[in-house]
Design a protein around this ligand. Sequence first.
Ligand SMILES: [Zn+2]
Length: 335
Amino acid sequence: MLMPYPWQLKQWEQLRLAADRNRLAHALLLSGAEGSGMGQFALELSRYLLCETPARSAACEQCRSCILFNAGNHPDIRLISPEDNGSQIKVDAIRDMIAYLQLSNQYGRRKIAVIEPAEGMNRHSANSLLKTLEEPTLSTLLILVSYQPARLPVTIRSRCRLISFNRTDRHSASEWLRKRINDPAQTNDLLELAGDAPLRALDLDETDALHNRGEMLEDLQEAALPYADPVRIAEKWQKNDAAEVMNRLLFLFSRMAALRATEAGKSTRQSDFDAELRRVADGMSLAALLDCYDVSLKNYHLLTSETNLNKQSLLEEIIVFWQSIHNILSADDAD
Ligand SMILES: [Zn+2]
């Protein structure tokens, strides 16, 4: 029997109870980080709601509805996503979806549409969806999955019941992750690097992110030298996904700041990597580290919200900033 992920049980119970009492909102907005498994959650919920003989807290997996669903053939659910990765959800797709929701349902329970990621809708698509949200059809359910809900029009957000996945239950997430990664000792490091999104942590394990993280720290050490070449370092980083690189920088800077904020002797058991970070951050002020974090965050937002930006120069800007702080430091030393 399939179930939602263990860190999603609170949200699951909340929606299941509402559905059992016939009090489910007609539009849900699932909001959280990428890699928290919300897409999967939306599917599980749909399967449960469409199931003809649901068990106590999950779909039965045996009825006609479940069999169709598992075969990817259920007529009462539709998934709407951008055609290509990174492209928009066009207004035609939303219009098709609305027409589909207005047809009577095939198996009598309800019709469901899942839009993921909801922020993939352009302005026309969102406007078109708004009309449906204002005049909901009976026995339909819209599930919007959003990783950046702030990018959705307020008019849409306000008409959906918000279900937040922002605070992952760390305990069940690490138990789940521990069994799936190469080295269980790295569970907490991976979760932290992934911003507590367990599926992202699993991806990071597969792409050897902890190793890359160490390599990036070496690059930062090199970049701190007065004659280092930011262009060359940015070129090297650019060979990886730029958003991923910035994510790692955000992690490195925030971790360095956290370590800087606690006195060396007082910190609880620290990993080798923490000791390394502490060494690199040595001599830098907390404010300077937070400034580095801010510059990276600003560029990360630019990179993920706008197209046609020069990734190389966004990365260079961070490196130059980092370098300038160290130039000031070494100038102080020379005095
Ligand atoms: Zn069933």
